[in-house]
Design a protein around this ligand. Sequence first.
Ligand code: GDP
Length: 327
Amino acid sequence: MPTALVTGLTGQDGAYLSALLLEKGYRVVGLIRRSASADVINHRLRWLGVEGRVELMDGDLLDLSSLLRVVQAVQPDECYNLAAQSFVAASWQQPLLTGSVTALGAANMLEAIRLARPACRFYQASSSEMYGLIQEPVQNEKTPFYPRSPYAVAKLYAHWMTVNYRESFGLHASSGILFNHESPLRGIEFVTRKVTDGVARIKLGLARELPLGNMDATRDWGHARDYVQAMWRMLQQDVADDYVVATGRTTSIRDLCRIAFGHAGLNYEDHVVTRSDLIRPAEVDVLEGDAAKADRVLGWRATTTLEDMIGEMVEADLARHRASNLP
Ligand code: GDP
């Protein structure tokens, strides 16, 4: 039975990836900070039907000795580094914390593997935010990066450290440059989930308005359930490499609102208000990924349409608010 160590198990991707690995017969071990809430972890795992089937071990990306201890004890075959301070807007408020966790945390994990289990295959969760001020209209693995937030700068460091440990030490270390990916488990602060939650609350009469920032930015949104498949496939290759994972379709926040409100029979123009304090100090205006390499080498392509995913998210938020309104 192969063993996988997952950091960021409590997040959206950690939950979907755990479910996938368990289905494939892996022993799954999650690295858990002492401060992480057991309730949050269990809620997400219960939602996916895998509660009680993953092992949890205390450790922190900021503490190399704890990583060494966990890697020594677990002897993982694969390690997925999904943990990060991942909310772009918050990275201007906490730039150094973002750098510590998102950048140096990845370096700590790479060090722990190099020192304690160099045969372990490593996956780094890189991000399309690294393209930032885009240098090409459609971004692939060869497109130059131009990060536009402390988050993106931190992710860029982690990405290059992954490449460097592959080239310097021969680690089987791959970097997945994932474009935005969403689901009903997406954090409520991200725009897709903020919109689907807002639609549900408005539909049920719990709110009238939804405040948003820049409506004109566009993103290439896929489903997290599809994207964790690509992560796993990267680590099954003989040779480690970097891959863009994307749908190849870009949609504005405005059109996202049109789709989400439309799903509930509402018109977004009646409810969305724009607020200047939600505009970011520097914006990533457009992201559109070219995942041809993932298709060619990994046999991976996105299968869920934006409409289906947003419909699933609106329905999940409606169900959640209805349940919490029960007397
Ligand atoms: P990101 O691409 O990782 O930053 O993912 P987000 O979901 O946080 O943001 C996607 C885009 O939505 C960005 O261009 C934001 O500026 C834009 N956006 C507009 N209004 C909002 C809002 O109220 N919340 C968030 N999170 N993003 C917003």
